[in-house]
Design a protein around this ligand. Structure first.
Ligand code: SAM
Length: 553
């Protein structure tokens, strides 16, 4: 068979084991439109019955030119037939490609229907609704002599599933590069596809629900990474980039939103061409992301269009783009936790809601929600009442007043009056923001192991934190003498708290008397308070409880 297209980049050839196929007769660069074709026969979306369809087909086949009719009748046919009408029906069933337009469900394209399948296809087929043609584009550079292949399957799946589908529907056993991988590598690919599939479902089920957006962005990030590991040009990529664009724009982040939209457009341009509806629609989104109806559902990640870091290397840029958690400085050995770190010590407004559960803070383990990271709320007692239960009035790091209700077994009676003092600081592990039937939103406390009261005001605690941050070892292990300010790797730790460092006993005396360490050291004697600084709050294994001392002593 000869191509109808004179400027063709391919020839029809017999491909061993596959029948007829299309083979590149020149090098075809990635993104090239290899083929653009109108249907010669169409099939309506809704068919009354087989008889009606047969007559509908006969009329179309009869009106083809002789050359077209010959080409049509020589197409592959998996079904037995007695006459030309049955033969036409078999050809349609074997080769029909989707056409999504005005009640038409599919059609026959004389050239595109000769393209064979590969699970590792180098070309992408598509019905281009705007130009009303079936197109095929190179997903990667295709060297002269290589067969042009598309994927017959809708979704990435394991080798077993792919092979079964191809056998059942198209009657062949696929022996493409992916299907011929040795068992171990094939298993790796299968696991990747299974994970992509799973992530796809998760992304679909979380959708654009505001409280899950960071989580969903992580899933999309992982999905894109898996696609890239698998190889270039996966047809799922543009959709993944569009998901990322929508998530970031919904949170007011125009800078990232535009970049993701541009990536989606770039991937669609490669696979579908610049005149496809996807490219045209999302090019306009990339130009003006704030036009997305979801824009600004929250302004949590607000950026302007040009707030794109310029000096980052490629990896750091991707970390920025996907909002990946960078290992914080706190990870470094010797570094002490900074109480100003709002990820770990959030104010009330940044606490997760108790309902619906915030999946940035929790994950499902054995059908229950478990924290997936550490956080600890700090608030200073400014008053209290006791009616049915103890209610503390707290002021948080943002000076916001919050009620803390005791729903422990003792309803608060487990505390001594000496603990319930104005000016003391309460620490609540894994606190949630909760709406109460009566009164303002606040915190419900029901597990005594999650709460601790320190006999120090929030202001003093932050004062101590400043000292700790100033004098404790830096990333380089260099400590600062709390007495004279000298910096050195080898200083002597305070024998009581081991948090402050001194050159010698005279520096220690100066720090003790003038530097205020006498009072601070007394506070730091409490292993729970010391734990606020020395625990690796950014490294989560299991939830912590008070006494914290047992978690690090
Ligand atoms: C739409 S046709 C493709 C053109 C076909 N090779 C022909 O000779 O007309 C689909 C049929 O091609 C064959 N085919 C396509 N891809 C194949 C592959 N990867 N391995 C073996 N046979 C394949 C199968 O017989 C399949 O039913």
């Amino acid at each position: 068979m000869q191509s109808m297209n004179n400027s063709s980049m391919y020839a029809f050839e017999d491909v061993p084991g596959k029948g007829l196929g299309l083979v590149a007769i020149e090098n075809i660069p990635k993104g090239t439109r290899i083929l653009s074709e109108e249907p010669v026969v169409t099939i309506p979306e809704r068919q009354k019955n087989d008889e009606w369809l047969k007559s509908h087909l006969s009329q179309q086949v009869d009106s083809l030119s002789e050359a077209q009719r010959q080409s049509f009748l020589s197409l592959h046919n998996l079904y037995p037939y007695q006459n030309i009408v049955e033969q036409s029906l078999g050809i349609i069933r074997t080769n029909g490609l989707p056409i999504e337009t005005n009640g038409i469900g599919g059609g026959i394209f004389l050239e595109a229907c000769c393209i064979n399948h590969s699970c590792d296809n180098n070309a992408q087929k598509n019905w281009n609704q705007r130009i009303k043609r079936h197109t095929v584009h190179a997903l990667r550079d295709i060297p002269k002599g290589e067969e042009i292949t598309v994927c017959y399957l809708g979704r990435d799946s394991s080798r077993e599933v792919r092979q079964k589908k191809l056998q059942d529907k198209f009657g062949f056993l696929c022996s493409c590069r992916l299907c011929s991988l040795p068992a171990e590598l094939s298993q790796e690919t299968d696991e990747r596809f299974e994970r992509i599939d799973y992530l796809d479902d998760l992304i679909g089920s979380y959708g654009m629900r505001m409280q899950f957006l960071l989580r969903t962005l992580r899933y999309v990030d992982e999905r894109v990474r898996l696609y890239n590991e698998q190889g270039p040009g996966n047809s799922g990529l543009p959709r993944a980039f569009l998901d990322a664009a929508q998530i970031t724009i919904a949170n007011g982040d125009l800078a990232r939103g535009r970049i993701f939209a541009e990536r989606a457009v770039g991937a669609w341009r490669t696979a579908y061409g610049g005149d496809s509806k996807e490219v045209i629609e999302y090019e306009s989104l990339a130009r003006n992301p704030s036009k997305l109806p979801l824009y600004g559902l929250s302004m949590k990640w607000k950026t302007s269009l040009d707030e794109v870091p310029q000096q980052l290397d490629a990896n750091d840029f991707e970390d920025w783009l996907w909002r990946r958690d960078k290992p914080k400085k706190l990870d470094q050995p010797g570094l002490l936790t900074d109480l100003r770190n709002r990820e770990v010590f959030p104010g009330f407004t940044s606490l997760p809601n108790s309902n619906p559960v915030d999946l940035d803070f929790y994950e499902v383990v054995n059908s229950t929600y478990q924290p997936l990271r550490h956080w600890c709320f700090l608030g200073e007692i400014t008053g209290h009442t006791i009616l049915h239960h103890l209610e503390l009035e707290l002021t948080d790091v943002d000076d916001k007043k919050i009620p803390l209700h005791f729903y422990t077994d003792g309803r608060g009676s487990e505390l001594t009056p000496a603990q319930i003092r104005k000016g003391y600081t309460v620490a609540v592990l894994y606190a949630q923001r909760r709406v109460f039937t009566y009164g303002d939103p606040g915190i419900r406390h029901d597990n005594p192991q999650k709460l601790k009261i320190f006999p120090v005001s929030l202001k003093k605690l932050f004062g101590l934190n400043e000292q700790v941050q100033r004098f404790s070892p830096g990333i380089d292990g260099i400590k600062t003498c709390h007495g004279c300010g000298k910096k050195a790797a080898s200083l002597n730790g305070c024998g009581k708290c081991s948090v402050f460092w001194y050159c010698d006993s005279s520096c220690q005396k100066s720090g003790w008397d003038k530097g205020g360490h006498k009072a601070d050291c007394r506070l730091l004697k409490d292993a729970d308070l010391r734990g606020l600084f020395v625990l690796k709050w950014d490294q989560f294994v299991t939830p912590m409880v008070f006494p914290l001392g047992s978690s690090y002593a």
